[in-house]
Design a protein around this ligand. Structure first.
Ligand SMILES: NC(=O)c1ccc[n+]([C@@H]2O[C@H](COP(=O)([O-])OP(=O)(O)OC[C@H]3O[C@@H](n4cnc5c(N)ncnc54)[C@H](OP(=O)(O)O)[C@@H]3O)[C@@H](O)[C@H]2O)c1
Length: 335
């Protein structure tokens, strides 16, 4: 019996929820990649067979690792270039970059500054907002892990999609800790610039804007105002959203919608009506917390959502997706 046939027969003896899956992490020395490695090291059914920095990385090295699943925590352009090669070699890919998140290839040159060499993969990629993926994740060859801001926003607003009045602007005011920008050296991210400071940036041209628009099915007519801010902290995302509704809603209706969406989901906690979440309750955890306050007799709401950008906004969500892909328990390696 050759090696492949032997491995296949061994794998076949174990149910999916017990067998070990070999994984590799590219970008393992970055902020998101390092979190991934930490989680995968303690995952009872994952075995890390490759971890790469920019220096040790090459497509050949990843192929040599023979990993079944490759996590890419690499810059967008790198993920766009190497993903097709890994897929062609039969590997499955969970990409933490934005390279496969947008469904429309024509958006890449303007929002990401490059043209996709394999645009057909954008149609195949499963957008991995874990709580909103079901059967498609099991068959996925390519998962586009959502951006950190979009994760916080989409988790909070997706359950309200059919209530939102699309003739009014959807206003998303988000704040991120500095690790959201990765470990790059840049004066704007230095301690002296950040400590005691707070500022908005990228207004009107942040690349997470089309991802949020796409994820909420807003089309081109609804105004989306997305204002990212830089918090003088290392980790965490705090998104405050302002929405108007077509018809007035009650606290009970909102609570039921959130309960239907997340009542059985282990990593999304919805607070009681009128209670607003805080960053410290989710930083360093794989959880998202959502709270809301209705205004003007239920015709408007302020919704607040908090996550850790490196965990629910990146690494822990990627492992949730890995668990769903292979058929492990949702919380495996994460709690
Ligand atoms: N930070 C977040 O909160 C967050 C959240 C969601 C998604 N993401 C996405 O996740 C990815 C990683 O983000 P990050 O914040 O962890 O960035 P980071 O801290 O800058 O790390 C980047 C990683 O990629 C490696 N790398 C850089 N250029 C490479 C190349 N040409 N070939 C191979 N590897 C290369 C780096 O290796 P060296 O250490 O050798 O430089 C490092 O390991 C990005 O696409 C980002 O958009 C980040």
């Amino acid at each position: 019996m050759n090696n492949t046939a032997h491995a296949t027969s061994v794998i076949a003896q174990f149910p999916a929820d017990q067998r070990v899956t070999t994984v590799a992490v590219a970008g393992a020395t970055g902020y998101a990649g390092a979190e991934l490695v930490k989680i995968l090291e303690r995952h009872p059914h994952a075995s890390i067979v490759g971890a790469f920095s920019s220096e040790s990385f090459s497509v050949e090295a990843v192929l040599e690792s023979k990993a079944e699943v490759v996590f890419l925590a690499t810059p967008n352009e790198v993920s766009a270039e190497v993903t097709p090669l890994l897929l062609d070699a039969g590997m499955r890919v969970i990409d933490l970059s934005g390279a496969f998140r947008l469904g429309e290839p024509s958006q890449y040159p303007s929002w990401y500054g490059f043209t996709h060499a394999r645009p057909e993969l954008l149609g195949e990629a499963v957008y991995g907002l874990s709580e909103w993926c079901n059967g498609e994740m099991k068959k996925a060859r390519l998962v586009a892990n959502p951006g950190c801001y979009p994760t916080s926003v989409l988790l909070a607003l997706r359950p309200l999609t059919y209530l939102i009045d699309r003739t009014q602007p959807v206003i998303v005011d988000s704040k991120s800790g500095v690790s959201g920008a990765g470990k790059k050296a840049d004066v704007a991210f230095s301690f002296a610039e950040l400590s005691g400071n707070f500022k908005a940036y990228g207004v009107g041209h942040h690349r997470h804007e089309p991802e949020i628009r796409q994820g909420l099915h807003l089309g081109e007519r609804t105004t989306l105002v997305f204002v990212p801010h830089l918090l003088p902290t290392v980790r965490g995302i705090y998104s405050t959203m302002h929405v108007g509704f077509t018809n007035p809603v009650s606290d009970e209706e909102m609570t039921t919608l959130y309960q239907d969406a997340y009542g059985k989901q282990p990593f999304v906690r919805v607070l009681k009506a009128g209670k607003i979440p805080e960053l410290k309750d989710v930083v360093n955890t794989p959880y998202a917390e959502i709270g809301f306050q209705l205004l003007q007799g239920g015709r408007r709401a302020v919704v607040v959502s908090v996550i850790d950008n490196l965990l629910k906004g990146a690494a822990s969500q990627a492992v949730q997706n890995f668990n769903r892909m292979i058929g492990y328990g949702e919380t495996c390696g994460l709690v």
